[in-house]
Design a protein around this ligand. Structure first.
Ligand code: CP3
Length: 344
């Protein structure tokens, strides 16, 4: 591999410059992605290995990132479980028949990811052939809580009321659902590793809506099963937003590297996580809208707080926003490299 910075940082080894990649580094802020979306739906891209591979590589050609992330979507495993969905323009994902009762959970199907999600695994092989070791490739799955929230709400939610109502009202059904989702996610992630990804990230994007006690009771044991299934095969990243008060619990669930959002200073977060793990983050994605002086000074602040300690992967606290100027993303990646090299 020509560029080992990202994998070294995941293992908390010293690096020549801080590695950087961005959640949603492929997507609507790029003209070449928008052009492809004129011709194909999001699900078509995800289910066509050549298209998914092409979109995965788009940011690698233009931006100085130290890792590629497979272009796919968190929700793909829901369909073979018996929860079909589509992406509706301007509204995001919509499930045809969201889970409404414990009986719906017992109707869910198990599936073999090597068959049901074969196009994703083929995309991984294509990307690895094209990358030829230039940068590592990250695979991913959704954590049980975040997947369950889509399965129950049927789409995006602001208060997760249905999700919590099922969790509190039918705890045994909640745990059955979470076990199903964890088992599916674990098998799918192992299949991605067999297909060739070099690291994996588990997204628990919305878990920050839980209290510490609820996280411990309703989410932690299920997420831990996914990390246990991966074991030490490849470096693992555990990501969520709004998690400042549950960082210790996220660490307990698993992850060599814990993702942190912008609501908490990265050094405070790292202390809470423990210095024997890596940390990923944590620039506010809206800072990329400009002015760039503020973007650069925020990078300086993050790097100063990290203070050169091995184990930092630079990223945003959440995904790149569609209205972000591509030039700002390019400048940001370059700046992280040059500023962190200077500081060494
Ligand atoms: O990061 C990357 O570059 C890899 C690609 C990626 C996508 N989805 C493509 C996508 C990844 C890692 C995901 C994960 C994902 N999907 C998450 C977890 C990450 C996060 O943002 O917290 C979630 C919650 C989903 C579910 C999902 N997919 C939603 C809620 C939406 C609609 C929101 C939106 O931004 O419109 C999607 C659609 C989606 N998935 C897009 C992309 C690039 C939007 C682009 C399009 O419509 O063309």
């Amino acid at each position: 591999m020509a560029n080992l910075r990202f994998l070294e940082a995941c293992r908390r080894q010293p690096v020549d410059a801080t590695p950087v990649w961005f959640m949603r580094q492929a997507g609507r802020y790029m003209a070449e992605y928008r052009a492809l979306r004129e011709e194909h739906s999001l699900l078509e891209i995800c289910r066509t290995p050549e298209l998914a591979a092409e979109v995965t590589l788009q940011p690698i050609r233009r931006i100085e990132v130290d890792a590629a992330i497979l272009f796919s979507d968190l929700l793909l495993p829901l369909e073979p479980m018996g929860l079909p969905f589509d992406f509706v323009k301007g509204e995001g994902p919509q499930l045809e028949r969201p889970i409404g009762s414990p009986a719906d959970i017992d109707r869910l199907r198990t599936f073999e990811p090597r068959a049901a999600l074969a196009p994703v695994l083929d995309a991984i092989k294509l990307v690895q052939r094209e990358l030829a070791g230039r940068v590592p490739l990250i695979g991913f799955v959704g954590a049980p809580f975040t997947l369950a929230s889509y399965a129950i709400e049927g789409g995006h939610s602001s208060n997760f009321a249905r999700t919590k109502a099922l969790m509190y009202g039918h705890p045994e059904a909640w745990h059955r659902l979470s076990e199903r989702l964890a088992a599916a996610a674990a098998e799918y992630l192992v299949a991605q590793i067999e297909a060739g990804v070099d690291a994996v990230q588990i997204f628990d994007s919305w878990v920050g809506v839980l209290s510490q006690a609820d996280y411990r009771e309703f989410a932690l044991p299920h997420t831990r099963r996914i990390f246990d299934a991966v074991g030490r095969r490849v470096p693992t990243i555990h990501f969520g937003t709004g998690t400042a008060v549950i960082l210790g619990e996220l660490r307990e669930a698993g992850g060599d590297v814990i993702g942190v959002d912008w609501r908490i200073p990265i050094d405070v977060a790292w202390e809470r996580i423990g210095l024997d793990r890596g940390v990923q983050g944590n620039l506010d994605p809206t800072v990329l809208l400009g002015p760039t002086e503020r973007m650069f000074s925020q990078v300086d602040d993050i790097l100063a707080r990290v203070g050169g300690r091995p184990g930092h992967v630079f990223n945003l606290g959440h995904g790149i926003l569609p209205m972000t100027p591509v030039e700002h993303v390019q400048m940001l990646a370059q700046y992280v490299h040059s500023a962190s090299r200077r500081a060494r």
